[in-house]
Each structure stands twice: as C-alpha cells, then as structure tokens.
Design a protein around this ligand. Sequence first.
Ligand SMILES: [Fe+2]
Ligand SMILES: [Fe+2]
Length: 139
Amino acid sequence: MARTLIWDEHYRMGIDQLDQEHQALFDHYNWLIESLENPDSNPAETIAITVAVLEEHASSHFEHEETLMIDSHYPHFIPHKIDHEAFMIELHQMKNRLIAGDDVLNDLCRFVKNWLTTHIVIRDMGIVSHLRGQSGSSS
Ligand SMILES: [Fe+2]
Ligand SMILES: [Fe+2]
C-alpha cells in the first residue's frame, strides 16, 4: 500500500497530545486509502462518514494547536491559522462533492496527504522551534 501514511520521528513535535492527534489524522487518512483501494466493500456512505470524522478530528486538533500558539504568543499564529482554515474549507467542499456523487476520493486523498505531511513538517514544527526558544530564553 504505497500511498499509506506512516507516522515516523520526523513528524514528532514532542508534545504528546498533538503528536497523538497527528497520528490519529494519519489513521483516518489510511482508512480512506483503504476505502479507495477496496471500493466494493466500502459504500459511498461509509466513505462520507470517514471524511466527516476526519473533519471533526482535524477541527479539534487545530483548536488545540491554536490555543497553544495563543498561550505561547507565537508570532506566526495568523498565517498558521489561515492554513488550518484553508484545509477545513477545501476538505469540506470535497466532502460535499463526494456526497453529491462526484468521483473525488482520489483527489481528496492526495490533498489530505500532501497537506498533512507538509503542514506538520513546516508549520507545526515552527511552533516547536518557538517553544524551544522560549524555554531557552526564560531560564
Ligand atoms: Fe497546524
Ligand atoms: Fe497539527
């Protein structure tokens, strides 16, 4: 399953809750890939529910991350939040197209995989660098 997302160390933020949430998002993505590869055993309703669950998990994860950014006075909070919002809008639109019967599961999976992996490594790790700088300067 070449398209499966495997969580590894280079996605680790070192913040347990956020790391666990990222791993759960990877799991949801992998369930979607499984649905894509086994269309006969996965009716459209099941796929739509899986996307809706992914949406809910992403939304609560983003809230947790945004709270951490606000609490730690993260200077790049706004572009990070905009990136989260853009993801939610795109995912929501794709889910609606899926429910309407459009064949977008492939595109949706590609979008989620690219966005998640890039966002974690670039944007989320920016928070980690900021927190490290803060703990270094406050002592
Ligand atoms: Fe983020
Ligand atoms: Fe994140």
